[in-house]
Design a protein around this ligand. Structure first.
Ligand code: HEC
Length: 316
């Protein structure tokens, strides 16, 4: 073996690069953040698909034998509410360790690295919040039931506005998961899910709020249920509206329909989304009005909650 100058410096660089690469993907406990989704796909098909399905929708072959339905890993509303550490724990410890209700088994035999590879794959299945607001670095998640929170006149006002705009309301529609996103100018490698604890919440600043995200179901033509994600800025204008459907044809068709609603909507104003003359277009106008109304009233409920929480420190 010949060791000349070139060789050793090459070796040094290779060593340095590998050290950097390892440190870049490891957190303080030595856990890597970035897994290999290709290996994750393979492992998911072996270990998880029997319950969660090969497509991740939660309808695997074992579904009929389970009391609690396996999670739908394509549901952004569910999956964004779990940070990577929570996913790591539920895979390694199962429901016994993490307190979820169902029969999620533990996979103690999966190595840490393999677990992170599966997490990388899980993350590829659902739409992340960064799709809506790429600059987010902190976020909150909480479920609100419109008409159940706040002072009597606030609740009545919410329900009146909804009834006025939507006529018939299904009680299930009133419960929505609100994601509130912040940009605190901190150099965070991945967005931080801020827990619903008073001390942590008090650190958030209203000025840093960049918007809201909701994952909802829109009633499309022929009664088709279209899963969508919608991003609103703090003034309640629509920043992004996209379907999370995987079929590329349908996705393209719906997303091009949604384009005309981007930039529309304003806080305190009744939405006026009457852009279409054709029958199908009118169905979309109505359906988008519906999800927009529900989303903004859920955001109002969040803001009410925040004002109540922070009346003393005045941060919101
Ligand atoms: C025997 C069936 C079964 C298998 C196999 C299985 N799961 Fe699950 N999983 C479940 C059930 C049931 C739930 C729902 C638990 C609940 O909602 O209380 C669940 C929930 C989850 C959740 C959501 C937990 C939460 O916080 O709500 C994740 C993430 C998950 N599984 C990942 C996986 C991964 C990754 C694998 C493969 C390594 C896997 N599961 C294998 C049945 C299974």
């Amino acid at each position: 073996m010949q060791i000349n100058g070139k060789w050793t410096s090459g070796l040094l660089i290779a060593l340095l690069v590998s050290v950097l690469a390892i440190s870049a993907i490891a957190d303080e406990d030595g856990l890597p953040f970035v897994g290999d989704a290709t290996n994750g796909t393979r492992l998911y098909q072996i270990h998880c698909a029997v319950c969660h399905g090969f497509d991740g929708l939660g309808k695997g072959a074992a579904l009929a034998t389970l009391k609690v339905k396996p999670a739908n890993h394509r549901n952004g509303s569910l999956m964004n509410a779990r940070d990577n550490k929570m996913l790591f724990d539920v895979i390694q410890l199962g429901c016994q360790g993490t307190g979820c209700k169902g029969a999620m088994p533990k996979f103690t035999k999966l190595s840490k690295l393999d677990t992170w590879d599966i997490i990388a794959y899980l993350r590829s299945l659902h739409m992340s919040l960064a799709v809506f607001f790429p600059k987010l670095d902190q976020y909150l998640v909480k479920q609100y039931t419109i008409g159940k929170i706040g002072k009597a006149e606030f609740k009545e006002g919410q329900l009146e506005r909804l009834e006025d705009a939507l006529k018939k309301i299904d009680p299930a529609e009133l419960t929505q998961t609100v994601y509130t996103l912040f940009r605190a100018n901190r150099r965070k490698p991945s967005p931080e899910l801020v827990p619903q604890q008073p001390r942590q919440l008090a650190k958030l600043q209203k000025e840093n709020k960049i918007g809201y995200v909701f994952f909802m179901t829109l009633k499309g033509p022929r009664g088709r249920k279209v899963p969508i994600g919608i991003g609103l800025n703090p003034g309640y204008a629509i920043v992004k509206l996209v379907t999370t459907l995987t079929d590329p044809g349908l996705r393209g068709e719906y997303n091009s329909r949604f384009e005309k609603y981007i930039g529309q909507g304003q806080r305190g104003k009744k939405p006026d989304f009457n852009f279409s003359k054709d029958k199908v277009g009118k169905i979309f106008d109505k359906a988008v009005t519906r999800i927009y109304m529900l989303a903004t009233e859920a955001a109002n409920a969040y803001e009410f909650d925040e004002r109540e929480r922070s009346w003393a420190d005045g941060t919101f």
